[in-house]
Design a protein around this ligand. Sequence first.
Ligand code: SF4
Ligand code: SF4
Length: 365
Amino acid sequence: MRETDAIAEARRNLEVCNACRYCEGYCAVFPAMELRREFPATDLGYLANLCHGCRGCFYACQYAPPHEFGINLPKVFAEIRQESYVQYAWPQPMAKLFERNGTVVSVAAALITALVMIGTALFQSPDRLFGVHRGEGAFYAVIPHNVMVLLAGSTFVFALVAIAISIARFWREAGGGAGPNGKQGMGKPLMQAVRDALTLKNLGGGGHGCNDTDGSFATSRRNLHHALFYGFMLCFASTNVATYYHYGLGLQAPYGYFSLPVILGTVGGIGMTVGASGLIWLKIVGDPEPVSRRLLGADYAMLVLLWMVAVTGLVLLAVRSTSAMGVTLAIHLGFVLALFVALPYSRMVHGAYRFAALVRAAREH
Ligand code: SF4
Ligand code: SF4
């Protein structure tokens, strides 16, 4: 990590916290902080990605604004996390683009992709786009199966490669998990990190929940995050099952309303819609003090993009037997492709960074 204003501010904050230590039971950041006497930039990148932004330490802190010390860990850590995504991103020109204006780029990418797909379908014949298609292979009458697989497959693989390269850079620069206590094996730390990530243990505020909107404790943010994450995973499972149906069983989409891919996709889509809507609402009504305002645009872009993917998927299910299916399919695919392209350069990448930080934290203790 480069030395920046946010890095200097986090160092100042942690020097106070390391003397105070009042919040040591709140999350994994404080035990990791207590292992250190100095805070080089790379360690601050690691600690910032270990922070889940629950805001518990902000409302507990006697030195938070308006106190002259102005301790505000959730805000400064959010800024460092964003800087880490940009600094370790691959390829770099893409990261710069998203850093400048995540909202415009994500939505523009989705709309352009949808327009290109609509244009492609119109180029073949308007009947394909606006006609009524039913039964096996109906989707592919609008957009050929090979085109869909090529577009979705290439953008998804690109996203995975870009994320893997950036996480490898983060992991290597942060010392590969060699903490002050020396290296341990990977098995147990990996299991613990998986458990902590899947249960969002660090959004629990030490057991009483986190401060979703103000100083009171609640579990809404944790539950909504679960709905969004597990909804996304169910949609991913639905796509995999559908791929098996297509290539393994020779059955072409769309599948029946009570088939496994449709049930998984519907439950997943509803989970994503509820999770993204709720998280947007919490951002709107939440206390702005522990939030970095310059990151809000990118946060909203991510949630709106996830919401659009889920809602257009559910709408597609509802209109798939009508003449609106073609345009809805193109728009849904546009948002899915934009999501894949945006994945490594938006806040959605936080899951991968946070998981790497959790593994490192588990190795240090
Ligand atoms: S956030 Fe405030 S109360 Fe908590 S450890 Fe730091 S200085 Fe102490
Ligand atoms: S905001 Fe929450 S997760 Fe982040 S350092 Fe404070 S208590 Fe820990």
